[in-house]
Design a protein. Structure first.
Length: 182
C-alpha cells in the first residue's frame, strides 16, 4: 500500500464517521508494527462489554450506521423498545439508554436513523436489536480519535467472541456494508 492509498483509506474512514483531526490522532498512536485495534462487526455478538471494559472512562467504542444496509424501517428494532406504546420518538419507546439515536421522517413509510456519537456509550443494545430482527446495519467500531491503542486492549481480553484484533493502520475501520461479508 503506497502513501496515496493510505491517506485515501484514512479519508474514507474519517468521512464515514465525520471525524475531525483523525489523521493526527491516529498517526501519533500507531504502534511500531503499524497496527491498531478494531472490532470485526461480523463476529461481535453484542455482549455489552465494549461499554464497560475499556480503560477510558467513556469507552472508545461507538455505534456506527451503514446507511447502504439499512431498510429505513418505520418499525426499527434498533431504535424502538420491543413493545413500544407508539412508533414515535417519545423517550419511553426508545431502546437506546442515552437517547443517542435520532429518527427523522424521509417519506412514507421510510425513516432515517442517525447516531449522536457524543451520547453513544457503545452499549450495543441497538446493535443487538438491529442484528436480530433488522438488516444489521448498526454496528460497533473502536474510534481512533478516542482509543489509546493500548498494548493490550482490555475489551479484546474480555470479548467472548474474539471479535477484536489488530488491523493495519492503513485500514483502521471495518465498516459493515452490503458488499462486505467478513
Ligand atoms: S466485547 Fe466483543 S462481543 Fe461484546 S460488544 Fe464488544 S466486540 Fe461485541
Ligand atoms: S443503544 Fe448503546 S450503542 Fe446504540 S446508540 Fe445507544 S448508547 Fe450507542
Ligand atoms: S485499546 Fe485501550 S482505549 Fe482502545 S478500546 Fe481498547 S481498552 Fe479502550
Amino acid at each position: 500500500m503506497n502513501r496515496r492509498d493510505f491517506f485515501r483509506n484514512m479519508i474514507r474512514g474519517a468521512t464515514v464517521l465525520g471525524l475531525g483531526g483523525v489523521f493526527v490522532d491516529l498517526v501519533r498512536k500507531v504502534k511500531a508494527d503499524g497496527t491498531v485495534w478494531q472490532i470485526d462487526p461480523w463476529k461481535c455478538i453484542q455482549c455489552g462489554r465494549c461499554a464497560t471494559e475499556c480503560v477510558l472512562e467513556q469507552s472508545a467504542v461507538k455505534c456506527v450506521h451503514s446507511f447502504n444496509m439499512c431498510g429505513y424501517c418505520r418499525l426499527c428494532t434498533g431504535y424502538f423498545e420491543p413493545q413500544p406504546n407508539k412508533l414515535n420518538t417519545a423517550a419511553e419507546n426508545q431502546l437506546c439508554p442515552t437517547g443517542a439515536i435520532f429518527r427523522t421522517f424521509v417519506e412514507d413509510p421510510y425513516y432515517e436513523y442517525t447516531i449522536n456519537e457524543s451520547l453513544c456509550v457503545g452499549c450495543a443494545k441497538c446493535v443487538k436489536g438491529c442484528t436480530m430482527f433488522g438488516n444489521g446495519s448498526l454496528h460497533l467500531q473502536i474510534r481512533h480519535d478516542r482509543c489509546l491503542n493500548c498494548n493490550e486492549c482490555s475489551i479484546a481480553r474480555a470479548c467472548p467472541s474474539d471479535a477484536i484484533h489488530r488491523v493495519p493502520v492503513a485500514q483502521p475501520y471495518k465498516f459493515k456494508s452490503r458488499e462486505s461479508t467478513s
